[in-house]
Design a protein. Structure first.
Lengths: 318, 78
């Protein structure tokens, strides 16, 4: 049995590739003249929680598309399923999570506030985090692992806190969520980037970006035929023929690919080889590529490529 | 002494069962013009490519496979 590695990157308002230029923050002081603004947003949208829709029907950051506003307070915010495999073993191996937020760790590092972590349960008292050792710094703070010399890449944002967690280990679970502890606090904001690495049993793959809630969860048959991964690539199944048959049936009008890891053949549906990104070829190293059906509409193929690239910036997507 | 293109005399002739000799090894014929040799299912196969494409670290040739599907296959060094 062979295990292969997979990764996913989540970016909400910041960019993992930028280290010392990250200055994303929002203004949550209601007395400030720029209340509700977010600044220096690099990629995606920071999160702003403000439940008072009477006083604040619309925040400035909503108007200029620099945040995602939630009008509900919540204990644990779920940013989605990172992976969910049916009958296949997966192992969480590593994650790096960094948030710019209006709050920081509380008490010690085991009580997490406004920083997302991959987990199967409450992120507040996560059972995957190690000993309760932590460091609480005043400005500037730095990641002591990425930056050997603290003064090289200090973070410095005008408002709020920077929280960093870097974890590596072995955590067996066939599913994993990206969760943030908000604990019913209101008028809070946070931006984050989280990079997750896991392993799973080598298997045929269904390569189709799916929405877990909208078009993956409803189909029990789909869940049993192959797993779900947020990156749309590492979705292992049992049998390439079954996967092709089911995908033809459920998604006849979408573009998708199936990789047969026994024959090393990549099957394309509503796609041509031109739409397969080089980073995917390098990752899978297929010996052969076969076109099951040419694209009837090139926009379908382009949509598949765009979505795949957007979900795999860590792998080489633009 | 055999001359070129002449079958050598069997030295075992008249001395019992003839030695079949080493098994013949098929010598792959050189690819015809426009054909490319690829490795498929453990065998060398000659295909007439319709095109060639570089993807990532690999080079593929395009042809129509026996199953009727448009196919690209990795090209080994020719």
């Amino acid at each position: 049995m062979v295990f292969v590695s997979a990764s996913a990157l989540f970016q909400y308002g910041t960019d993992r590739a930028q280290y010392n230029t990250l200055k994303t923050y929002c203004q949550n002081n209601t007395s400030a003249s720029d209340y509700g603004n977010c600044y220096n947003v690099v990629y995606g949208y920071p999160i702003f929680v403000q439940s008072d829709t009477t006083t604040y029907p619309t925040l400035p950051c909503q108007q200029n598309n620099t945040c995602t506003r939630f009008t509900n307070t919540i204990n644990i915010r779920n940013f989605g399923t990172i992976y969910s495999y049916s009958g296949k073993q997966a192992v969480l191996r590593y994650f790096f999570s960094r948030s710019h937020a209006s709050g920081t760790f509380v008490g010690n590092i085991q009580y997490l506030f406004l920083i997302p972590i991959p987990t199967t349960g409450s992120p507040g008292y996560s059972n995957i985090l190690p000993a309760p050792n932590y460091e609480y710094s005043t400005w500037p703070v730095y990641d002591p692992v990425s930056n050997f010399k603290a003064y090289l890449n200090p973070y410095n944002i005008p408002l709020g806190y920077v929280n960093i967690i870097r974890w590596s280990g072995t955590y067996f679970s066939p599913y994993m969520y990206l969760l943030v502890g908000e604990y019913y606090y209101n008028n809070i904001w946070y931006a984050f980037d989280t990079y997750v690495v896991w392993e799973y049993e080598s298997s045929p793959l269904a390569i189709i970006p799916l929405s877990y809630d909208n078009d993956y969860a409803p189909y029990r048959e789909l869940r049993n035929t192959f797993g779900y991964a947020a990156n749309g690539v590492d979705q292992p199944g049992w049998n390439a023929d079954d996967m092709i048959r089911l995908l033809k049936d459920i998604f006849p009008d979408r573009a998708w690919a199936v990789y047969d890891d026994k024959q090393y053949v990549l099957y394309l549906y509503n796609l041509t080889i031109d739409y397969v990104p080089d980073w995917l070829i390098d990752k899978l190293a297929p010996v052969g590529i076969k076109m099951l059906q040419p694209p009837s509409n090139l926009s379908t193929a382009q949509a598949w490529l765009n979505e795949l690239n957007a979900r795999n910036r860590q792998a080489g997507g633009p | 002494m055999s001359k070129p293109n002449q079958t050598p005399a069997n030295p075992h002739q008249g001395k019992g069962a003839p030695n079949p000799g080493p098994p013949s090894v098929p010598v792959p014929s050189p690819p015809a013009v426009g054909q490319i040799k690829i490795r498929r299912h453990g065998q060398w196969v000659l295909v007439a490519p319709k095109g060639k494409k570089q993807k990532g670290m690999f080079t593929y040739v395009e042809f129509t496979d026996e199953d009727g599907l448009d196919t690209w296959w990795v090209v080994p060094p020719q």
